[in-house]
Every structure is written in C-alpha cells, then in structure tokens.
Ligand binder design. Structure first.
Ligand SMILES: Cc1cc2nc3c(=O)[nH]c(=O)nc-3n(C[C@H](O)[C@H](O)[C@H](O)COP(=O)(O)OP(=O)(O)OC[C@H]3O[C@@H](n4cnc5c(N)ncnc54)[C@H](O)[C@@H]3O)c2cc1C
Length: 512
C-alpha cells in the first residue's frame, strides 16, 4: 500500500472484534457507535495507550457507526446562536472552545465556514451585532476572525439574489462545518488503532449484572444472526435517541437538500418570525448543494422510523423561497431527518435544553444524554473521567484527546497532501479537484484510498467513487450500500444515490 499511513481497519477487524467480544472480560463496554460512543472509545483508548495501562474497551453499534443522528445533522461545529438567544452562555462558551479544539485536531474534517445573517431595520442590526460581539467575546480566542457588519451594498454584491424581506444590511461571522459521518468513523478507527474491539451491526438486546458485579450483555450479530453474551466490568450507554429506562424526549429535526442556491460561499443564518434560526448551507462534497434546516417537531414514533413530514418540507421550502425566490422551481434532491434526545422537559421543542447530562443511573450504567456534535469531545472526556474513576483510577486525570491530531491529521500533514494534490492526481489519472476533495474527506488516508482506483470505471460510479467504495468495504466495515452512501460519503444525502455494482462487497439492503 502506497502512502505512509496504514488504515487501522482491515477486512478481518470486525471478525476479530466479535471473537474478543465473545471471549474476553472487558473493562468497559460502550453501547452505541454514534459520535458520543465513538468519542468515548477513542478517549479511553488513547489514555490507556499514553499511560501504558492495559484497558479492555469494547464498542458495539446496532447499524453502521455514525448512522444515527451523528450523520444526519446540520454538519455545523458552532457555538450556537440560538443558545445565545436563550441566554445559555455556558453552553455557547464551551461549544466555541470545542470549535477551536476540533479545528486544530481534525483540520481535514472541520473547516471554517463564513455566515451571512440578513438583517431588516436598524433595531435588528444593533441587536444582532451586539449578540455577535458577545459571541466573539465568548470564543475567548483568535482562532476565527470576529464578526463584522455588512452594508446593503456589500450584501447585494455578495448575494445578488438574496430577497430577505426588508433587507437593510447583514452581519458576517464565522463558525465551522464538519463532515459528521466521517468524524464518527475516524474516532472509531483511532480507538481500534489503540486496542479497542469495535463491531458494527451488533445490537445489545438485554443486560444484567451478575452477583460478582459483572455486566452480562446479550448481543445480536445481525449479519450472521448469532446471539452471544459479552462480559464487562462497566457499561456506558451512548444509544442517544434509542435509550430507555427512562426514554428521553425525542424531537425530530429535518433537512431538505436543494441545488446550490446562493452565489457566495457564505452560509445564510436566518432568524425567522417565530425566533427559530434556519440555515442555508453550501454543502456536499462539491459544495453544489444547499442544505436547508432544521425543524423541531416532537417525535412520538420509533427512533428507527424517522422521516420528514409534508408540513416540515413545506415549511423549509417556504423559508428557502422567502430568501431565494428562484428556489421555488426546484424540488428537493434529498431529505433527511434525525432525532434529538432532549433532557426531559415540557414546552416548545425549540427552547428545550441541548445541554448534556452524563450520569450513573440507578443500576450503575454510565449514561450520556443530550448535547451537541460540537461538544462531543468534551462530553467523551467527561464520560471517560467518570468511568476511569470506577475501573482504572490512574487514568482519571490523563487527558489527551484535545492534544492529539485525529489519526495523525495535523495541519501540516493535511496541507502537505493538499499541496501535492496535482502530482497525486496526475499519477492516478484523475482531476486535482478530486484529490483535494479526497484529502478533505480522508486526510492522511487519502493516498491509501487512491490505491484502489480501478483502470476502468464500473457502471454507475466514477473511478474515484469505485475506489472509495472498495476502501469502505475493506477498511471501514461497510456492510450495506447505505453505509457507503450515507456515512463513508454523503452521496445519498446529496441526491446522488448511485446503484452500486453487484459483487462490490456490500449488500443492497437488509432483506437481501
Ligand atoms: C436535526 C439535527 C441537527 C443537528 N445539527 C447539529 C449541528 O449542526 N451541530 C451540532 O453540534 N449538533 C447538531 N445536532 C446534535 C448532534 O447531531 C447530536 O448531539 C449527536 O449526533 C448525538 O450523537 P450520539 O452519539 O449521542 O447519538 P447517535 O448518533 O444517534 O448514536 C446513537 C447510536 O446508538 C446506536 N444504538 C441504539 N441502540 C443500540 C443498541 N441496543 N445496541 C447497539 N447500538 C445501539 C444507534 O444505532 C446509534 O447509531 C443536531 C441534531 C439533530 C437532530
């Protein structure tokens, strides 16, 4: 394999993890491979390695890693202006701090994103600019430039088609965008590289504590159909919307994806009349889509069945049309929805708390609930502190996850690859822009993906996508088409759900 960096996962990694799950007694078993489960596994595995303390860590996920809320969100790493409006200063400060950390440790996956907030009238201009001044202050560092006020002339130059009612100017500010699904995968892979046993398509079906205090969890490998028991000294429940006893309040958030609407590379942050903030984000691997979201609707059905309603679609389209009237001519190319497990509360879903809660429940299971993608590393660190205090006190104060570049993706390493994109492209006979896109998705593993470029493109796929598919099967535990289309890549969510060639290594669907 060319390139300096080897993938941590190979075609036998899942099988090896299953064998370990059957035979070893784990120090900790993590249920749920969304960003919180994956982040906690990475954090614990890194601590154990750095301190050279043996720690047996297991992580199981009932579908593909990252396939839940963690790949179907707004893909923003942000302080959260709406939380500022709710006066949740602590959450905003914490999130802005984490924004700086993630920009540093995962520069290939987290990138600065400029925002434009259209404003109508002097009173609003003063109000929102004051709010953004506070936002800048709370960031407490100089990672991203501070906001600035834009005149109407500047706004018109940037976004000639923007038709926000009563527009008199705008505020420009920075936050960041993340490739969420890949961020989850990379956390899992770094945990594996540091000794954790992680397997997807394994569902936890029941658990009980035996007389010796060990947790016995019944696991179902839904690929082979086999059911077996795994034993662990401690359990972490990171099942998010699927948690039960007690089940969280579930609020559905939906997005529609439209062809790219705006001219500049800014995302639009628009406070609509009810005070909800709606984002229109330049999005997708080629940034030729506009991601519009999100809604907040109480969800009473199963967490396995989450779809946008007609009313949500109408609402999001109406906002898009209000800002960019030409969007009326487009049908959404894709939609996706997911659930927020909010801390139990009543009242408007938009105002319910996004703050997180990490606690030992009455049975002694450590539970991670609530929070934001942005704060996942901090939440994972806190969960790791709490579990370490129980199972390996010497690791309680070993904090490394904010200092270690994710899988070796330092700024320098990523910049070096980007600088050599032209050369790499020439040697594989593809476009430089394709290599650049690949580095922004796979970082230092981009050369390993390029190794799979076929001489000829198969039906329905570009040569690069064929390489990414092969890589997902060999090195990312992809089992089903959607694992590749929704987590390894965002192709399905961009409205590009390619039909994958037969014999490519993934099953088309569950029923196959
Ligand atoms: C619409 C929407 C937009 C959002 N946008 C943003 C944003 O832009 N920025 C931001 O910071 N935050 C955002 N968030 C919040 C963020 O996405 C979530 O906080 C985060 O993804 C939660 O991760 P998680 O690991 O807790 O949950 P999940 O990603 O849902 O993971 C839980 C996992 O547990 C698995 N699981 C469940 N039961 C079992 C079982 N029995 N056995 C094995 N596995 C099981 C599930 O399959 C799932 O993969 C958004 C949330 C929503 C809903």
């Amino acid at each position: 394999m060319r390139g300096n960096v080897q993938p941590a996962v190979t075609s036998i990694t899942r099988q090896q993890a299953l064998e370990r799950l059957r035979s070893e007694t784990f120090d900790v078993l993590i249920l749920g491979g969304g960003i919180n489960g994956a982040g906690t596994a990475r954090d614990l595995a890194l601590r154990a390695c750095v301190a050279q303390v043996p720690l047996r860590i297991g992580l199981i996920e009932q579908n593909h890693f990252g396939s839940g809320t963690s790949s179907k969100n707004s893909h923003l790493i942000h302080g959260g202006l709406r939380y500022l409006r709710q006066l949740a200063f602590g959450l905003v400060r914490e999130s802005l701090h984490e924004r700086a950390v993630l920009l540093r440790i995962a520069p290939h996956l987290v990138e600065p994103q400029l925002f434009l907030m259209p404003l109508a009238g002097l009173a609003r201009e003063i109000y929102y600019n004051l709010g953004l001044t506070l936002y800048d202050r709370l960031s407490g560092n100089e990672t991203l430039p501070h906001h600035r006020r834009l005149s109407l002339v500047e706004v018109r130059r940037l976004e000639p088609a923007l038709a926000a009612p009563g527009l008199t100017g705008a505020a420009e500010f920075h936050d960041a965008q993340v490739r969420s699904g890949r961020m989850v995968l990379e956390n899992v892979f770094e945990a594996i590289a540091n000794g954790a046993a992680c397997a997807n398509y394994v569902r936890a079906e029941a658990r009980e504590r035996d007389r010796g205090g060990l947790w016995r969890t019944r696991l179902h490998d839904t690929i082979s159909g086999q059911i077996f028991e795994t034993v662990a000294r401690a359990l972490i429940d990171a099942t998010g919307p699927w948690a039960h006893d007690p089940a969280p309040r579930l609020v559905r958030g939906s997005h529609i994806v439209l062809p790219r609407l705006n001219a500049s590379d800014h995302a639009i942050a628009y406070f609509e009349d009810a005070g909800r903030i709606i984002f229109l984000i330049p999005w997708g691997e080629r940034r030729d889509r506009t991601l519009v979201g999100t809604t907040d609707v109480d969800h009473t059905g199963s967490p396995d069945e989450v779809h946008i309603s007609e009313e949500e679609t109408r609402y999001l389209r109406s906002i898009a049309e209000r800002l960019f009237p030409q969007s009326a001519q487009y049908e959404p190319v894709a939609t996706f929805s997911s659930l927020r497990p909010l801390l139990a509360s009543t009242g408007s879903p938009t105002r319910a708390s996004r703050e997180y809660h990490i606690f030992f429940d009455a049975h002694g299971v450590l539970r991670i609930t609530g929070g934001k993608f942005t704060t996942y590393r901090l939440m994972s660190e806190e969960a790791a502190n709490m579990i370490a205090a129980e199972i390996a006190p010497v690791l309680r104060d070993v904090h490394v996850s904010a200092d270690r570049a994710l899988n070796g993706n330092t700024r320098e390493a990523v910049d070096e690859l980007l600088a050599g994109a032209g050369q790499l492209a020439a040697s594989y006979g593809i476009e430089t822009s394709e290599v650049t896109m690949l580095v922004r998705q796979y970082g230092v593993l981009a050369p390993a993906v390029l190794e799979y470029i076929p001489a000829e493109a198969p039906a329905n796929l570009s040569r690069l996508d064929a390489a990414r598919l092969k890589y997902a099967v060999q090195h990312e535990m992809a089992q089903y088409a959607r694992d590749f289309l929704e987590v390894s890549t965002t192709l399905a969510h961009e409205g590009r759900p390619a039909l994958l060639p037969p014999g490519c290594g993934v099953r088309a669907s569950r029923s196959e």
